[in-house]
Design a protein around this ligand. Structure first.
Ligand code: CP3
Length: 349
């Protein structure tokens, strides 16, 4: 088993710091764009297991990555609930049937993932057959982040509609979050049963909330999900973008690892919660658009800030962007592996 990623997640010793990148399969790769073209559009790509499998594997053919992440999207759950997702060029995700009133929330079907999202389980099984020994990460959006897109109807600068709903009608908001919690839990269980070796919760918009709203609208529901997954014995990662000031709270909900955005100082994060959880991150994705010299300097800074000790998984602080030169990714992956060896050699003395 190429087990650096899973070992680091459990804070066990490794020979090199493992690395994978959020959105490692995506538009910066010409072969991804070609496969998307073949599928017709982004959602068709997600829903065709053979092609989803193909794009999951593409970055692993190019780079010495320590984990694969199943190619899909967090918005497949609301799509399966009947909101009808499409991805509009230069706009982002759009729902044809966004949530406009509380009646709709009451009417929302809780999806049966093995039926409505069975294509994701099929893709996972195909990928597992091809991967040999590299671990595969499954994922879902946090209930709050899914609700944010469902009420807004798509991306937004401030997500004011969903925040307004939370204040005006907290009962309906919590009903929506409860339904999503049930859906996300069974969706992740399905992914684990299909072969995912670890699962990650993406809470991209938790950082828009006040501290008390973050706890009641996002963190508590993620905790419920983790508690239900615990008997399955699979490691978990929670990533709240903009959650750097709540690390102590996040570290208490039972995940194995915590994803850090680039605004967070990984050295400080390690001091606060490094004894409890593994840390994943946290290079600013913009750095991938610069030069090899800058990438090396900044990656070294993160590795040195984490320093000697187990429990670091290198990643970006958010997803890789479409305009990144593919050779910069190769440079980063190889540099992290080669430079980090000395840190791990010292820690085993
Ligand atoms: O390689 C991987 O990381 C796995 C695949 C993956 C995608 N989306 C593919 C994708 C993962 C893990 C996601 C998660 C996701 N999706 C999140 C959480 C992480 C984050 O980035 O904050 C969110 C918020 C979404 C919702 C979403 N999907 C948005 C906002 C967009 C449009 C933005 C953009 O980058 O264009 C998408 C589309 C999307 N999901 C693309 C990919 C590769 C681009 C699709 C394309 O044009 O081909």
């Amino acid at each position: 088993m190429k087990d650096r990623f899973l070992r680091a997640l459990k804070k066990q010793p490794v020979d090199k710091t493992p690395i994978w990148l959020m959105r490692q399969a995506g538009r910066y790769l010409p072969e991804y764009r070609a496969t998307r073209e073949k599928a017709g559009n982004f959602l068709a790509l997600c829903k065709t297991p053979e092609l989803a499998c193909e794009v999951t594997l593409q970055p692993l053919r190019r780079y010495d990555l320590d984990a694969a992440i199943i190619f899909s999207d967090i918005l497949t759950i609301p799509d399966a609930m009947g909101l009808e997702l499409s991805l509009v060029e230069n706009v982002g995700p759009v729902f044809n049937n966004p949530i406009k009133n509380t009646h709709q929330i009451k009417q929302l079907d809780i999806v049966d993932p093995s039926d409505d999202l069975g294509y994701v389980a099929k893709a996972i099984k195909l990928v597992k057959k091809e991967l040999n020994d590299t671990p595969l990460i499954g994922f879902a959006g946090s209930p709050w982040t899914l609700a944010a897109y469902m009420v807004e109807g798509g991306s937004s600068r401030d997500f004011a509609k969903v925040k307004k709903l939370s204040y005006n009608d907290p009962d309906s908001m919590h009903l929506l979050l409860q339904k999503l919690t049930v859906a996300v839990t069974s969706y992740l269980k399905m992914q684990i049963q299909a072969g995912a070796d670890a699962v990650m919760l993406f809470d991209t918009w938790g950082g828009l909330l006040s501290q008390s709203d973050y706890v009641s609208l996002s963190l508590n529901y993620m905790e419920k999900i983790l508690l239900s997954l615990e008997p399955l014995g699979i490691p978990t990662i929670v990533f709240t973008k903009g959650g750097g000031m709540w690390l102590e709270k996040i570290s208490r909900i039972g995940s194995t690892g915590i994803g850090l955005d680039w605004m967070t100082d990984i050295k400080v994060a390690k001091q606060i919660i490094g004894h409890k959880v593994a840390l994943q991150g946290n290079l600013d994705p913009t750095i991938m658009l610069t030069t090899k010299a800058i990438i090396e300097k900044e990656a070294k800074n993160i590795l040195d800030s984490y320093g000697i000790g187990n429990g670091h998984i290198f990643n970006l602080g958010h997803g890789i962007t479409p305009d990144v030169p593919p050779e910069n990714v190769k440079y980063l992956v190889d540099f992290v592996h080669s430079y980090s060896q000395q840190l791990h050699a010292q820690s085993s003395i």
